[in-house]
Design a protein around this ligand. Sequence first.
Ligand code: C2O
Ligand code: CU
Length: 544
Amino acid sequence: AWNYRYKFFVKESPYTRLCKTKKILTVNGQFPGPTLYAHKGDTIIVDVHNKAKQNITLHWHGVKQQRYPWSDGPAYVTQCPIKPGHKFSQKVIFSAEEGTLWWHAHSTWSRATVHGAIIIYPKTGTSYPFPKPHAEVPIILGEWWKKDVRKVYEGLLATGGEPNVSDAFTINGQPGLLYPCSKRETYKLKVVYGKTYLLRLVNAAMNEVLFFSIAKHNLTVVGADGSYTKQLTNNYIVISPGQTLDCLFHANQKPDHYYMAARAYSSGVNVSFDNTTTTAILHYSDCYATSSSPSFPYLPYYNDTTSAFNFTGRLRSLANEDHPISVPLYLTKRLISTISVNSFPCYPNGTCQGPNGTRLSASMNNISFVNPQRLDVLQAYYYHVHGVYGKRFPSFPPFVFNFTADYLPLNLQTPIHGTEVKFLKYNSMVEMILQGTNLVAGIDHPMHLHGYSFYVVGWGFGNFDKHKDTLNFNLVDPPFLNTVMVPRNGWTAIRFKANNPGVWFMHCHFERHLTWGMDTVFIVKDGKGPGASMLPPPPDMPPC
Ligand code: C2O
Ligand code: CU
């Protein structure tokens, strides 16, 4: 029978990795968490029971939740957290999404272990725009700390510098044989020679973009972020935190063992990162004589920006008759936002001038987002409660300058801190330029928008040039994503039609940048007529 109702018990369970056992936050004791299944257009219900000792919220990443932000999940943006011992029944409302998405916790750093895949099949009677694979396998890439993740988060808040980097990456929860005490549990994928497989890849890592590949096997991307793409075949893929990729591969090599592997792509200068490599094994079922040392796959070097953007820059929407696209052509709202990491001056005694004595923060248009504490933005908006948020998120950066120059004016080091949102009229045709800056030397930013997918119509290195770059926009088959990696010291142009009324978070999907304030909130106002306004809240919204 088809399951439309799931029970999620958020609770602590002991897990052993890297020779050490610790309690981690899980759903139903599973890590990675359970997979949700749906067909395009379905609505499912997840009863979330908080059996843990800490507050929690859950988010359905990439699910549009048409007119219903109440179940979207980001803490203090669309709801107050579910307190220990409480329950919240969340509706997950699918519309045009088809392919792979995922769900994760959306409060403090709990998503490190609280996450799982969402698989959305075509409507009954329709099929994939590619031959049906022999089998489908979720591949969830994650990040593991030996320490309690809460401690890592608290340390980040306390020191105000870069957080501890993780101790391992994982494939379906397992680090693989390059780490201590991990060999026996390495994730194994069994395949049959001659068959085709669909990998549903999720990057659930907290702070790293990842390269992933399988030795001697090409991957053919057929979908990204719950939307079909033109087939793109390559010997490696790049996947940023938050992103999902559907990839086909043919088990067409000599029956044997092969490694698949993932490691970081990190473009930051002097930014420490986890430089370890996670592996799993591809195992042909009918191989008797296996090589003693399976071949290792090619992975680009950690700072290989050319390889990273050669891949992501070639993603295209399928854009055919069965899967048409509708890129906004006549814009009614143009926005430009800088995205920066900011570094505050420090005193010789070690305390710095940042918020609560910290050294680093992050911002969009020089505003570092502060989560409200008493009430979430959505309820404040819906019930007209004043004083929770301001409406001053600017449409353009407050300064005009060469954002990617070596030296930037000092006033940009010190953004304003506040809960500032951007209002959008219903059905506005929005273009947003996300412009990276060279503050703290710059880094790529995987920017994510809730409630929408957007068309990535252009990107480039350096400063966005309205006159030159607009001419090269792809309005024919741009990829339709919910998370896009904006290049270091570069820009990305996205477009969407604001046809989903509600309160929608936008933020960098690097968890440390989200914590530092590289976030904003769009409030899309109600339109006129039936079907153009937000639905009312459910009776069991968690109290604040
Ligand atoms: Cu997957 Cu607000 O994010
Ligand atoms: Cu970022």
